[in-house]
Design a protein around this ligand. Structure first.
Ligand SMILES: Nc1ncnc2c1ncn2[C@@H]1O[C@H](COP(=O)(O)OP(=O)(O)OP(=O)(O)O)[C@@H](O)[C@H]1O
Ligand SMILES: O=P(O)(O)OC[C@H]1O[C@H](OP(=O)(O)OP(=O)(O)O)[C@H](O)[C@@H]1O
Ligand SMILES: [Mg+2]
Length: 282
C-alpha cells in the first residue's frame, strides 16, 4: 500500500481532497477521520497537520505527501518537491507600517514576526542581515500593532490581510509557493505505485487546464488551422462525407480556447465545439 500524507486543515486541505477525489481516490467523509484506507487503489491516506507533513515524509514512514512549498522549505526536512499542483498559490513577503522600512537593508536591528521562522532566518542569513526573529503561530499581521515586532514575514495571496492591518510590503517576495507533492530526498523515483499516483494527479492537472476542440474546415485551410491547434502530439483529422471538408480534433488550453475559436472562425472553420476533459493520461 502506498502511504500518503494529506493536509487535514487550513487552505491546503479542501483543494487537496478535491484533487485526490478527481484522481479517482476515496476521500474521508468527516473532518475528524485521521486515516482512510482505499483498498481498490491500494493507498492509505493519513490526514495530518500541513506543517508536519514534510517531517513524516522525510522520516520514510510515509511515501508521499501533499503540502505547501513554503511549509516544506520552512521545515528543513529532507524531502523534495516532485510535482507542483497549482493550488494554494501565494507569495511569502516582508511587510511593515508605511514609511518605517524601505528596503531589506533597513531590517537590520529590527524584529521580524513570522510563523515561518526557518525560511526567514535562512533568508536573513543569506542576505547578511542581522535581525531578530520572533515565532508566532498565526495572525502575525497584528504583531506590529501590538509592538511585538516592527516587521512581519507572512503568506500573501490577495494582500487583503496586509491592507486591513495598515501594512505595506517590503522588498521582493522571499518565495512563490503553491501546493506540491513531496517525497523523501533520495527515495527511488521509479517505484511503480508512486509513478501511477503522480500520473493520476498529472491527469487531473491536464484535465483542468485543457479542453477538447472539434471543428470542420475546408481541406485547403487545414494546415493553417492545424498551426492554431497543434494539440499535444498531433491533431486527429477525419474525412467528412462532404468532399473537400475535414473534421479536426485537438486539445487546447482552456485559457486560449476562445481566442483560438475566433481565429479558426476567421479561417473558415465551422461547427467549432469545445468539450471538457474529465480525466486523462498523457
Ligand atoms: N490565503 C492564502 N492563499 C493561498 N495559500 C495560502 C493562504 N494562506 C495559507 N496558504 C498556504 O497554506 C499553507 C499553510 O497551511 P496552514 O494550514 O498551515 O495555514 P492556513 O491555511 O493559513 O490555515 P490556518 O492558519 O487556519 O491553520 C501554506 O502553504 C500557505 O502558503
Ligand atoms: O493576502 P490574503 O489574501 O489576505 O491572504 C493571506 C493571509 O491568509 C493567511 O491567513 P489565515 O487566514 O490563514 O490566518 P493565519 O494568519 O492565522 O494563518 C495568511 O497567513 C495571511 O494572513
Ligand atoms: Mg493561516
Amino acid at each position: 500500500m502506498l502511504r500518503i500524507a494529506v493536509p487535514n486543515k487550513g487552505s491546503l486541505s479542501g483543494p487537496a481532497g478535491e484533487m485526490l477525489h478527481e484522481a479517482g481516490y476515496q476521500q474521508r467523509k468527516a473532518t475528524k477521520e485521521l486515516v482512510l484506507v482505499d483498498p481498490e487503489n491500494e493507498v492509505e491516506f493519513f490526514y495530518l497537520r500541513p506543517r508536519d507533513i514534510a517531517i513524516y515524509v522525510s522520516s520514510g514512514r510515509l511515501d508521499i505527501g501533499i503540502t505547501g512549498r513554503d511549509l516544506l522549505l520552512d521545515s528543513g526536512a529532507r524531502a523534495e518537491e516532485v510535482l507542483p499542483l497549482g493550488f494554494a498559490r501565494s507569495t511569502f513577503r516582508y511587510a511593515a507600517k508605511p514609511g518605517t522600512v524601505d528596503t531589506l537593508d533597513d531590517l537590520a536591528g529590527l524584529t521580524v514576526a513570522t510563523s515561518y521562522e526557518g525560511i526567514v532566518a535562512k533568508h536573513l542569513a543569506d542576505k547578511g542581515i542581522d535581525a531578530s526573529v520572533v515565532h508566532l503561530d498565526g495572525a502575525v499581521e497584528t504583531a506590529i500593532e501590538l509592538g511585538v515586532a516592527q516587521v512581519i514575514a507572512d503568506v500573501v495571496e490577495t494582500g487583503t490581510s496586509l491592507r486591513n492591518a495598515g501594512l505595506e510590503i517590503v522588498g521582493e517576495p522571499i518565495l512563490q509557493s503553491e501546493a506540491v507533492v513531496i517525497r523523501r530526498t533520495g527515495a527511488d523515483p521509479n517505484g511503480p505505485k508512486v509513478q501511477q499516483f503522480l500520473r493520476r494527479l498529472q491527469g487531473v492537472l491536464v484535465a483542468r487546464s485543457y479542453v477538447m476542440m472539434d471543428y470542420d474546415i475546408r481541406a485547403e485551410h487545414l494546415e493553417a488551422a492545424v498551426a492554431l491547434t497543434p494539440g499535444l502530439e498531433s491533431p486527429t483529422i477525419s474525412p467528412l462525407h462532404d468532399q473537400g471538408w475535414v473534421a479536426v480534433r485537438s486539445m487546447v488550453r482552456t485559457t486560449e480556447a476562445q481566442r483560438i475559436m475566433d481565429d479558426l472562425y476567421d479561417l473558415g472553420a465551422r461547427a467549432i465545439l469545445t468539450t471538457g476533459i474529465h480525466a486523462c493520461r498523457l
